[in-house]
Design a protein around this ligand. Structure first.
Ligand SMILES: Nc1ncnc2c1ncn2[C@@H]1O[C@H](COP(=O)(O)OP(=O)(O)O)[C@@H](O)[C@H]1O
Ligand SMILES: [Mg+2]
Length: 1014
């Protein structure tokens, strides 16, 4: 490249030689930094311009593009400087730039600093191009134009007259380089083997384009060729005009929630390098253009996820679960065009991204997309088990394949034959190992010459090669110049991808050229802020691990500060990452604070993310020194939150860590934390249908709250114990607890809204239920008050009020499935779908399902379908298993009413036995009823005998005084039994008492049923 100032003599005349030198120095400095940014070398300063070389000694497309970008960048700088000098000096400053590509001769390679001097015809041609460029323009020779024509916008070919040539030569003006252009890859050796794999992926790619998308897992050990396979697929896709979006996971970001999924979505929506609010606004508009049909509120959620939210617009107030459902739905709806998505090194994925992607990928088979997920064999997470996914395990290359690869790398000179064999054997089929060995030998001087054309001065047997790929990399890093080594080490702390700006913030003067030259790192963007990546994760790992602990700590500490300072507005979003770096720096107190901050941020976005950060905070607190005065409270806080929220994490909350919390709280005398943590455990045990454990814990929890004696805490945390009592049918105790909450809340719907938005509304509904069960008056009033209050409360409270109003009362003949019930349950479900957590959503679905299942007409089937869905979710540990028997009873009831008595009896019997075995519950009576009625309808002698026994078994269940729930059903069942025995008088007696009781209690269902009895 040549760049020269136009009319420099005239400028000199106008401003004087002194001033001209000043201006020139400024221009040269600015230009040189542009050249460096694009990986070029300023070769020499000509009198009034510069000459620079990119990628000597071999011209590649990549280098040509970089030179073009540099040329445009220099023109921009010149324009800026021109504007400055125009005012002061009243001169016009213009630059011409000329580029040419070709073989140039460079001296002295390998002496560390490269010190090129390029000569020859090629250089002359660049200078000629400069001379014919228009002021402010860039002119390319034919050879450069050919290399960049795919990626650059060029003027029409023209013929120009140059000095020293008889005939005009072709040239083209450079007008621009395509936005976002990523320079071409380095020259790679030809793909060896992998025929079958490529054919398989190609088939799947073509099917995907036709609308039968697929997910492919590419599995293999490091260096085996996963990324290479993906690159080949990307090239295949590009040839079919299919876009490829790539993201990667990193070893140090495994605990940074959302990282990977956000990066992938940013790639898809082309969000990067946001500088200011205006950028964000522009990107928001673009994302909306891509998703014109999306719900406007969903778009706000997406903005927040992508980090482009408008700080002046409030986010919808919804539960993280709802946020996730809606985001997934919106994203799944969005992209229709064929595309390839790549997630690299998934063994390092964070949990939130993992589970979000697992959900997102469920629709891939119905799309035009191909998803490639690469990971090492040890990864067994959700993305290695995507239903319907194909998996390709990459085996080591075979011996002949390895030999082919090695000879490609070395070339065919006889002197390298023996060495090639040694490399081939040592590489054990790992292509990356083979490549690294060749690089190492070349750097050591054992191999001389160029890639693919090496000669060796030494025989193979005399040369030692490192035993492992890690050792090979370590040897290469060791040999680096100290500045380059420092750059590489610091970069390894930053991550797989880094930019020189950040390195400078860490106090490192980046020396990148040798690293790029040695293929330790690759430059991937060539814009204002160039970016680099490690050539392979193993290089980063070795570079990281070969540092002194104290140096590492210092880098991590500076990096944490730099991340925070770079974007203070995103400090919450970056909290998890900052915490990781501070932890690596050994600053445990600070790291703890940032982990907790990350968790708080995540509780509004994704509970899995919150869980990850609390766990990390817990680990950090445990590492504090024993005499640290804050240790106890820091160990307790994250454990309390983990345990308290355990039922929200799915998976049955198996590991709540509660026992440890109990010990710590007991030692520290911290009863409040214990009570909060225990709440989650009670819910978890209840949710797993461990009735006896749940009951013991509920007793303990109630006593604990009473001994603390804090009214608000009692209101906030009494709910789990009430739920456990309700399910166990211990209505007198439930009534007592509900009364107390209602008294303490003293009419304030939101007091104690730690877990539930309105503990009072829930307590009112529960008291209503307890009251009718115990035959006490006032239950209709409780239900009415609860409903009114819940309408203004959060979706969780609304769903629960619906549940406790209808789910027990309708099947047990207390309330009818009337228009009110239909309207209320539909409303609660709609609200839950838009904004509630998973548990509330299933609660709302369950209440709705039960209500519909008791609808006299057409809605019944829809109800049963809904119930079946909820049951499935419970089996998958996404909802309480307590509902499984309830759903089964309804299925049995449906079987019986459609005449399948055998099936109904079989199922009802199993359910009933289970309920008795596990400690009995409020649903025993309904199971008994379904079984007895079906038995009596089938009516064999044996059936009647079993029915009799079943009724007596229910009658023998101890209940609270006044417990009418069993009593009223028993009257009906005894009447039916009497009729089966042919005892007409007894039948009439029981029937009439049944009718009286139904009327007295005002139980609407029983009134209808008893009147219908002959
Ligand atoms: N089949 C192959 N033929 C030629 N080179 C290969 C082959 N597989 C991998 N390589 C090269 O080996 C190196 C390591 O491969 P890479 O795909 O990065 O490994 P992984 O992603 O599995 O860690 C790369 O430079 C790649 O180009
Ligand atoms: Mg890889």
């Amino acid at each position: 490249m040549f760049a020269d100032v136009v009319h420099s003599m005239e400028i000199a005349a106008a401003v004087g030689a002194e001033r001209l030198r000043e201006i020139m120095t400024e221009l040269v400095e600015r230009s040189a930094s542009v050249v460096q940014r694009y990986g070029g070398t300023v070769d020499k300063f000509t009198g009034d311009g510069i000459m620079a070389v990119f990628g000597a000694p071999v011209a590649l497309e990549d280098h040509a593009i970089r030179a073009c970008l540099a040329a445009l960048g220099i023109q921009e700088e010149t324009a800026r400087l021109a504007a400055e000098v125009k005012d002061g000096d009243r001169i016009d400053l213009w630059l011409r730039v000329g580029l040419n590509s070709g073989q140039a001769i460079a001296g002295e390679i390998g002496s560390g600093s490269f010190g090129y001097t390029t000569i020859g015809e090629q250089v002359g041609m660049a200078q000629r191009m400069e001379s014919v460029a228009p002021p402010g323009g860039v002119m390319l020779s034919a050879s450069t134009a050919r290399l960049v024509e795919d990626a650059a916008t060029l003027g029409e070919p023209e013929l120009v007259q140059i000095k020293g040539a008889d005939v005009p030569v072709p040239a083209r003006r450079l007008l621009g380089v395509d936005d976002g252009h990523r320079a071409a890859r380095r020259a790679e050796s030809n793909l060896v083997g992998r025929r079958w794999e490529m054919a398989a992926v190609e088939g799947l790619l073509d099917r995907a384009i036709d609308g039968h998308g697929a997910v492919i897992g590419v599995v293999g050990s490091p260096g085996i060729g996963k990324s290479r396979l993906v690159r080949e697929v990307a090239a295949m896709a590009a040839a079919r005009n299919v876009r490829v979006f790539t993201t990667f996971c990193e070893s140090h970001a495994t605990d940074v929630p959302f990282r990977v999924v956000v990066r992938l979505l940013r790639a898809v929506t082309d969000v990067r390098g946001l500088e200011d609010a205006a950028d964000r606004g522009r990107v928001r508009a673009r994302v909306r253009a891509v998703m014109p049909d999306a719900d406007p509120e969903d778009m706000l959620l997406l903005d927040d996820l992508l980090g482009i939210a408008d700080p002046n617009v409030e986010l919808p107030r919804i539960d993280p679960d709802a946020r996730r459902r809606r985001l997934i739905n919106a994203i799944q709806m969005a992209r229709k065009a064929p595309a390839v998505y790549v997630i690299e090194d998934t063994h390092w994925i964070d949990e939130v991204s993992e589970s979000m992607l697992a959900d997102l990928l469920t629709v891939i088979p119905q799309t035009h997309s191909l998803v490639l997920i690469t990971y090492r064999p040890e990864y067994t997470g959700a993305l290695s088990r995507v239903p319907g996914a194909q998996s390709i395990a990459l085996a080591p290359l075979t011996d002949p394949e390895t030999a082919t690869l090695v000879s490609q790398l070395l070339g065919s000179d006889p002197s390298v034959g023996e060495l090639g064999q040694t490399i081939g054997e040592r590489a054990t089929g790992n292509p990356f190992f083979a490549e690294e060995m060749v690089r190492e030998l070349a750097e050591r001087g054992v191999l001389r010459g160029n890639r693919s054309a090496y000669v060796s001065a030494v025989g193979g047997a005399e040369v030692s090669v490192p035993a492992t790929v890690q050792a090979t990399i370590a040897a290469r890093i060791d040999r680096l110049d100290p500045m380059a080594k420092r750059t590489l080490s610091a970069a390894a702390v930053i991550g797989s991808q880094f930019d020189p700006g950040l390195l400078e913030t860490l106090g490192i003067e980046p020396v990148l050229k040798d690293l790029v030259g040695g293929e330790l790192i690759d430059q991937i963007t060539f814009t204002e802020q160039p970016e680099y990546v490690f050539h392979h994760p193993l290089i980063r790992m070795v570079a990281y691990e070969s540092q002194l602990k104290s140096d590492l700590a210092q880098l991590h500490r500076r990096l944490a500060a730099a991340i925070e300072q770079r974007d203070p507005g995103a400090a919450d979003e970056n909290a998890a990452l900052i915490a990781e770096h501070l932890e690596a720096a050994g600053d445990l107190h600070l790291a703890y604070g940032w982990h907790m901050r990350a968790a708080t941020w995540a509780t509004n976005r994704d509970m899995v993310g919150a869980q990850t950060s609390w766990r990390r905070a817990r680990e950090v607190a445990d590492r504090l020194s024993v005499d640290d005065p804050d240790r106890a409270s820091m160990r307790i806080a994250p454990r309390t939150l983990l345990s308290g929220h355990a039922f929200r994490f799915g998976g049955g909350g198996t590991d709540t860590g509660f026992e440890e919390l109990r010990e710590l709280c007991t030692a520290a005398g911290d009863q409040v934390s214990l009570a909060v943590g225990m709440t989650g455990l009670v819910m978890t045990q209840w949710g797993s249908a461990h009735r006896r454990e749940a009951s013991h814990l509920a007793t303990e929890h109630t006593a604990l709250l009473e001994s603390i004696g804090d009214p608000t805490l009692t209101v906030a945390l009494s709910f789990p114990a009430m739920v456990v009592r309700e399910e166990a049918g211990e209505m007198a105790e439930m009534l007592r607890l509900a009364h107390r909450v209602i008294d303490l809340a003293d009419g304030h719907p939101t007091v104690g809204n730690l877990v539930l938005g309105s503990p009072l509304a829930c307590a009112l509904a529960l008291r209503g239920e307890a009251r009718w069960c115990l035959g006490s008056p006032g239950w209709r009033d409780d239900f009415a008050q609860a409903a009114a209050m819940a309408r203004a409360a959060d979706p969780i409270s609304l769903a629960l009020v619906n549940l406790y109003t209808y789910a027990l009362a309708i099947p047990n003949g207390v309330l009818l499935c009337d228009t009110t019930a239909l309207r209320e349950t539909a409303n609660a479900l709609a609200i839950a779908e838009r904004s509630a957590d998973e548990i509330s959503l299933y609660t709302a679905r369950f209440a709705r399902g039960i209500t519909l299942a008791h609808h006299g007409g057409s809605k019944r089937d829809a109800g049963l379908t809904l119930l079946a869905e909820v049951r499935e979710a419970a089996v998958q540990q996404r909802f309480t298993l307590q509902i499984a028997p309830i759903v089964d009873i309804h299925v049995a009831q449906q079987e019986a009413s459609s005449g399948h008595l055998d099936g109904a009896i079989e199922l009802a019997r199993i359910v009933l036995d289970d309920l008795f075995d596990s400690g009995g519950a409020i649903w025993t009576v309904l199971a008994t009823t379904v079984l007895v009625e079906a038995l009596l309808r089938r009516g064999t002698d044996e059936d009647v005998r079993v029915a009799n026994f079943t009724v007596e078994r229910l009658a023998a269940v101890p209940t609270d005084p006044g417990f009418v729930l069993h009593e009223i059903w028993l009257l009906r069942l005894r009447a039916l039994l009497a009729r089966a025995h042919g005892d007409a008088a007894a039948y009439v007696d029981f029937r009439d008492r049944y009718r009286d009781m139904a009327r007295t209690l005002g139980f609407e269902g029983h009134m209808q049923w008893s009147e219908a009895m002959p």
